[in-house]
Design a protein around this ligand. Sequence first.
Ligand code: GTP
Ligand code: MG
Length: 235
Amino acid sequence: MKTVIIIPTYNEVENIDRLLPSVFNNDVDILFIDDASEDGTSQRIKQWMDRSERINLIHRPMKLGLGTAYVTGFKWALKRGYQYIFEMDADLSHDPLEIPNFIKKAQEGYALVIGSRYTRGTISVVGWDFHRLLLSKFANKYAGTVLGLNFLTDITSGYRCYHRSVIESIELDRIRSNGYAFQIEMVYRAYKKGFRIGEIPIIFYERNSGSSKMNRKIVREAALMVWKLRFGRWK
Ligand SMILES: Nc1nc2c(ncn2[C@@H]2O[C@H](COP(=O)(O)OP(=O)(O)OP(=O)(O)O)[C@@H](O)[C@H]2O)c(=O)[nH]1
Ligand SMILES: [Mg+2]
């Protein structure tokens, strides 16, 4: 089955060399969406592209946000006939060893498979302080309650696998949100279209290198977006 892993990057040069070999252990193609990183991320990716045809790069002229990066990647992937389309962070928070587990779950009939840090009441996060954990747990509960998605445990997770039918059915140009909100919006839209959504347990490792792009604006955006989603202004 043709599979692509979409990886948005913004200043992740130190992580590329560590990430790529383990992604490559799987029979997948890779698409990077780099937003004009100033640290040489795209040059490093290009060096790898000389060695492998399985790597692709879309370079955007400025930092335009995670949501639009994925939308760009989704359109690219649909055009090229990929069946399974993954989202993955570049900072090694998402272990590529899990890729086969996502595909197995997808083949059991789940059109969207989310890698969850919070299955069965546990918390599988390495390296977060209490504040960050609380924020993530709260964001999940809050958004899950407003949107009726509490049957899922981790709707903000950015490690996931979509069957192409999900992406095809969603009007990508209408997606407004960018950070956490983007992840929530995609789950909600998939749910509203009636797709089967499943979760697999993952361990999330906080980044060791590079810096976080999380900020208050992203959190605020998510807090407001769930209500817009819920009351239909997005339709
Ligand atoms: N192309 C692109 N990638 C982005 C942008 N913002 C974040 N990313 C990438 O999206 C992924 C997730 O971003 P992170 O900064 O790790 O966000 P996070 O995981 O919530 O924060 P940390 O826990 O601190 O790592 C990483 O691969 C980033 O490089 C953006 O505006 N454009
Ligand atoms: Mg991260």
